[in-house]
Structure formats: structure tokens, C-alpha cells
Design a protein around this ligand. Structure first.
Ligand code: G3P
Ligand code: CA
Length: 231
């Protein structure tokens, strides 16, 4: 079962910062998950469009210039990273799940990935692009069909397999509160990987391992790795 560091090693370091992401790779996470918005065409890594929870700023990211956003403290002296910085950091270290939060993210993402392929030799197969907004995923599938897509679900939709199949998704990403064995079996029969968020409790880790899920998003990747290796 793969361990995906949720917003980096966010249980111990400020979420979605280069520090949290680097620490996740040091702790041996298989992958890192990050959240992305677009501001003036630049992709930045932050979970909320409101700044107050994770930075010393207030209001919405859309009220500020990129230069001003880059000056904010995102915890422990960290800045809000750009997606480009995260691609540089994770390149050749672990796979990366980019969760699209903003609805204007597709065009800048495809342009940035093209640049990363050219300039860094970035392996696009080391990416999974996910979103709760399946319209964004559909737009990516039309423009760049080889990219791996993760269909995020907030609950347990009746038609989850239909949208995942229509998207030709690589994976479904499910909430730990709703997942069950039947869901996992059905997804696997459809050749979909199953990744579950957000999983830090020992009993959940054992239960999901028994279901045979492919990976879990954890805020504490090192601890979750140990727990998942336990018999
Ligand atoms: O991608 C899994 C999980 O991160 C989705 O929920 O709110 O933590 O972005 P959220
Ligand atoms: Ca997320």
C-alpha cells in the first residue's frame, strides 16, 4: 500500500510548503499530494483560496498580485510555493498528485507541464492530476490524453464508476469515511487504482490494507508507513 504525503508531511510541517514536501521525500513517502490554484496565470500551491488559515495574510488569493502572495509567511518562514518549484523539488524523487482547486487551472497546468518536460526532462508518468471538479479532468483528457487522472469523490456517489470510466481515469480517490470492500472490489474490476484520504488512524490503516487499496493519503507519512508494515 503506497503512502502519499497529504499536503506534504503536513502533520509535522506547514502544509503545502517546500519544507513539508521535502520532509515527505526524506521520510520515504511514495508520493506527495498538493493543492493548486492559479493566480494571474501562475500556479501556486495552497489549499484554500482564503489566506488566513495557512498564512499571515488575510482575504482571498485573488485580491493580491503574485509578488505580494510570495511575500507571505506560510509557517516556519516558508513561502507559498509555485507549482514549478514543487516539480523541481520532487523530480526523480517520488510521484506527485496535483489536485486542482481553482477552475482556471487547466491551461496554465498544461503549459507548465510542457515546459517541465522540455527543461527538466520531467516524466509525466510520475504525475496524477486530480480534482473534485470532473469538468477540469475532462478538459485535460481531451487535450492531453496521456496524463493520469484521479477522479476525486467527496462521498460515495451511485455512479462513481461511470464518471471514472468516461474520464478513462487512472484512479479514484475516496474519503476514508465512505469506502468499503465492495467499492474497492468494483473499482479494481474496472482497472482503477484506489487511493483513500485522509488516513492517519491505526485502525483505518489496517482496515484499508485488508481491503487491498492501492494507497493512502497521510499527514504523517513516516508513522503511517510503519503502521502499514505492521502485521
Ligand atoms: O486529494 C485528497 C484530499 O486532499 C482531498 O481533500 O480537502 O484535503 O484537498 P482536501
Ligand atoms: Ca487535497
Amino acid at each position: 500500500m503506497q503512502i502519499i504525503a497529504h499536503r506534504g508531511a503536513s502533520g509535522e510541517y506547514p502544509e503545502n510548503t517546500l519544507l513539508a514536501i521535502e520532509q515527505a521525500t526524506v521520510q520515504g513517502a511514495d508520493a506527495v499530494e498538493i493543492d493548486v490554484f492559479a493566480v494571474q496565470g501562475e500556479l501556486i500551491v495552497i489549499h484554500d483560496h482564503h489566506l488566513a488559515r495557512t498564512t499571515n495574510g488575510t482575504g482571498s488569493i485573488y485580491q493580491y498580485s503574485l509578488a505580494k502572495l510570495m511575500q507571505l509567511d506560510a509557517g516556519q518562514g516558508q513561502r507559498i510555493p509555485t507549482l514549478w518549484q514543487v516539480l523541481e523539488l520532487t523530480h526523480n524523487k517520488c510521484w506527485l498528485n496535483i489536485e486542482l482547486k481553482g477552475d482556471d487551472t487547466v491551461a496554465p497546468l498544461l503549459a507548465l507541464l510542457n515546459k517541465a518536460e522540455q527543461q527538466l526532462g520531467f516524466d509525466l508518468e510520475s504525475l496524477v492530476i486530480s480534482s473534485f471538479n470532473h469538468h477540469l479532468l475532462s478538459a485535460i483528457k481531451q487535450q492531453q490524453p496521456q496524463l493520469r487522472l484521479g477522479a476525486l469523490t467527496a462521498s460515495l456517489p451511485l455512479d462513481y464508476a461511470a464518471f471514472a470510466s468516461t474520464l478513462q481515469a487512472y484512479s479514484v480517490h475516496c474519503d476514508v469515511s465512505f469506502i468499503n470492500q465492495a467499492f474497492v472490489d468494483d473499482a479494481k474490476a474496472r482497472d482503477l487504482k484506489v487511493f483513500v484520504y485522509t488516513v492517519d488512524q491505526p485502525d483505518d490503516i489496517q482496515r484499508l490494507k485488508a481491503y487491498g487499496v492501492d494507497g493512502i493519503f497521510s499527514n504523517f507519512p513516516a508513522r503511517s508507513r510503519k503502521l502499514s508494515n505492521k502485521k
